[in-house]
Ligand binder design. Structure first.
Ligand SMILES: [Mg+2]
Length: 243
């Protein structure tokens, strides 16, 4: 059973996934729409939580900054492979000497199989989306699985209508653990909101640290709380702020 979450504690450290959580999922990753009210909401939460607000996304940090240029908190991008603070460049990522350009080319070759497939190159990995071709789910799983066997530093990461190769050294749960050691976050109660398979380990981590997790939308989850969609999450977050 997943229940409606309690009020956001003032001493919480807040971890927020981006796609499907703060913004609605779009047919393509570059077609999302950032709600007008989101930047002010995040800035208000950052003040209220004493700076302990982080975005935790599969997107890379530079991409998140394009959508939320004024976000004042920490950003864990590429599933936590990059962590950036207040405008500083992200930490370097351990990728085992990955040639990302060659990897992107290989996946583009694979995607030529069907023009409904979409390749999303990332600095430290790649995503193959089949949102427009749900019948290809099995083919994508198998093909990306075979490709992964050639890249020992990369792990397969299933997501909604997509399969990703990301650095093994990454993981949103690891991002949460690292951020919880930072001065603004240490000693606080972790609260994590996310919508996808990529969020489950971080949700479990938040709960095991005495915090709580909120699953956005339908589907099985380890989270003990649930909200139906990004609009409901925005209302829940806004309720924590003074009017
Ligand atoms: Mg998401």
């Amino acid at each position: 059973m997943t229940a409606t979450p309690p009020d956001l504690p003032a001493d919480a450290a807040l971890f927020l996934d981006f796609d499907g959580c703060l913004v609605e999922i779009a047919p393509r990753p570059d077609a999302i729409v950032v709600p007008d009210t989101l930047p002010a909401l995040l800035a208000g939460l950052h003040r209220r939580q004493g700076g302990a607000v982080a975005l935790v996304s599969g997107r890379d940090v530079a991409d998140l900054r394009r959508y939320l240029p004024d976000f004042p908190g920490a950003i864990a991008g590429s599933h936590g492979a990059e962590i950036a603070w207040q405008g500083a460049p992200p930490d370097p990522v351990e990728t085992g000497g990955l040639d990302a350009t060659a990897l992107h080319a290989r996946v583009r070759d694979l995607a030529a199989h069907d023009d409904r497939l979409l390749v999303e190159p990332k600095p430290h990995g790649v995503v193959l989306h089949y949102r427009a071709a749900p019948d290809l789910a099995e083919w994508v799983d198998r093909t990306m699985g075979e490709l992964a066997s050639h890249y020992p530093a990369l792990a397969l990461q299933p997501a909604k209508m997509a399969m990703e190769l990301r650095p093994k050294s990454a993981g949103k749960d690891r991002a949460l653990s690292r951020l919880m050691q930072a001065p603004d976050f240490a000693g606080r109660i972790p609260v994590y909101a996310g919508d996808d398979l990529t969020d489950e380990a971080a949700m479990a981590e938040a709960q095991s640290r005495g915090g709580f997790a909120i699953k956005i939308g339908a589907g099985p989850t380890v989270a003990r709380h649930r909200l139906p969609d990004p609009a409901a999450l925005a209302r829940w977050l806004a309720a924590a702020l003074p009017c």
